[in-house]
Design a protein around this ligand. Structure first.
Ligand SMILES: O=P(O)(O)OC[C@H]1O[C@H](OP(=O)(O)OP(=O)(O)O)[C@H](O)[C@@H]1O
Ligand SMILES: Nc1nc2[nH]cnc2c(=O)[nH]1
Length: 185
């Protein structure tokens, strides 16, 4: 499928900026302070959820001042679309989780099916504790479970389709240095 780059550029030009780069960086700092306070003695395995978690995870882990192991996993249910479907595992963790404390880092908690499935997987794989950090939590009533929350949340947003800081619009603008909402979505 060919990509209409003019459309991709137009989406950026018309988008609403929800958070500037400075605001996102301040949120990442706050999350790092909380995680440093909680996990410094727990020798965690930290997983970045690809692709969207890449920027948040990369920035966050450099602010964590304690020993940790860093890896990635790849589960997707949007696959460059703006509507979610079934969860598809592209890469499961290979490192043993038995009796380990695990921190999952992702960009967004939307309906939460992705994070729930990843947390369940880690528990089934023998993790002692599974904690979650998301850059942004979307506010609506469609969570996979009503009580679904991440342990560490940088920012909140209204129920719109957002991109930037790792989050894509049709595979693009993960590189945007701010968090934007698509006009009309
Ligand atoms: O809370 P949910 O409704 O499950 O949605 C959140 C997930 O959706 C996005 O992933 P996506 O499947 O788009 O893959 P990507 O990370 O490669 O963009 C995002 O990175 C989260 O992992
Ligand atoms: N880019 C992006 N990915 C998502 N995955 C779930 N919700 C969203 C969203 O609003 N934006």
């Amino acid at each position: 499928m060919s990509v209409d780059l003019a459309h991709i550029r137009q989406v950026m030009a018309e988008a609403d900026c929800l958070y500037t780069e400075a605001e996102v960086e301040a949120a990442i700092d706050r999350v790092a302070v909380a995680i440093n306070a909680d996990l410094a003695e727990r020798n965690p395995i930290v997983f970045c959820v690809m692709n969207g978690g890449l920027i948040f995870a990369g920035k966050l882990v450099t602010k964590l001042g304690f020993p940790l192991e860093l890896s990635y996993l790849h589960a997707t249910r949007y696959r460059n679309e703006t509507q979610g479907g079934d969860l598809f595992w592209k890469a499961k963790p290979e490192i043993s989780l038995i009796d380990r404390d695990v921190l999952i880092i992702d960009d967004i908690l939307d309906e939460g099916h992705t994070l729930s499935a990843i947390v369940d997987f880690c528990h089934q794989a023998g993790a002692r504790a599974v904690l979650t950090a998301v850059l942004i939590d979307k506010d609506h009533q469609r969570k996979a479970r009503p009580d679904l929350k991440a342990d560490y949340v940088g920012l909140g947003c209204s129920d719109r389709y957002i991109f930037g800081y790792g989050m894509d619009y049709k595979g693009y603008w993960r590189n945007a240095a701010g968090i934007y909402a698509v006009k009309g979505l």
